[in-house]
Design a protein around this ligand. Sequence first.
Ligand code: AMP
Length: 313
Amino acid sequence: MMKKRLLTGLQPSGDLHIGNYFGALKPFLDTYGEYESFLMVADYHTLTSKKDSENLKENIVNIVRSYLAVGVDPQKAVIFKQSDISEHTELAWIFDTLVTVPFLMQAHAYKDKVAKGLEANAGLFTYPMLQAADILLYDTEVVPVGEDQRQHIEYAREAATKFNNAFGETFKQPKELILKGLGVVPGVDGQKMSKSYGNTIPLFGSRDEIAKAVMSIVTDSSGDRPENVYRIHTLFKTEAELTGLYEEKKGKYKDLKEALIEDIEAQVAPMRERYESIDEVEVKKVLKEGNEKAQAIASAKMTTVRKKVGVAL
Ligand code: AMP
């Protein structure tokens, strides 16, 4: 039986933290073998928020190193870079001409920006259509997302419907694959772990960096156990394994944090070693192979699209 096609991606916007690992990378690793999987470096999306060319370049290399270090096999998933496949931005333009301004105004990223009193650039405003292009260009059937990200797929479905209604059946309707049981990984202050809150535990940080972050986890003595430490600990050990430890070390926050550091280390140290062993030459080789596969599909699809809209002579 033909495998369904799955596509997902991460923005190369900085060092990954354990929230990205448990919220995005690990669920991908657990499922990608069941599908014909595409893993994209969403670099043009990053431009909506950051303008630092040297930094972007470094982060692009590092995100591919991250994919490989956590165990994605480039023979089993097509790892490619969005900006190398110019059909993404070309198709996004066509979708921009099909959807309305009020529709785009409902997008979370835009609304959040405006709610904070910040200025949104036009790229941020139209980014749901670039995302729709990312998905629809490959006739993607399945897009893994967290519960809070359903809207992304709804926008892609709307773009497909609008196009199909205007120019005839062309795009498949993608479905979200809601990743179960992930929850939100809390940061050292108990809020959602996020780079913008400065509360992260780095995924590929040194042992010292991890220890420093863990030691800064905010504890309060009101309950039976330090909840912020415990919640992060459950990502690395089962609740059954933790019960005895938290009973034995009741009230001893430093000991519990030290145990957590050991448990994080045991899991991330092998990934960190792989991460450090992957150089730019290997990254470029992986992207070259992945880009070729992605390009072949994207070119064929855009040839059809150009004919349908009437620009191909
Ligand atoms: P971001 O870097 O916030 O764009 O997130 C990249 C991916 O990591 C997305 O799929 C997020 O859902 C996931 N992610 C980021 N932070 C967390 C978190 N604290 N808990 C769970 N998943 C997260």
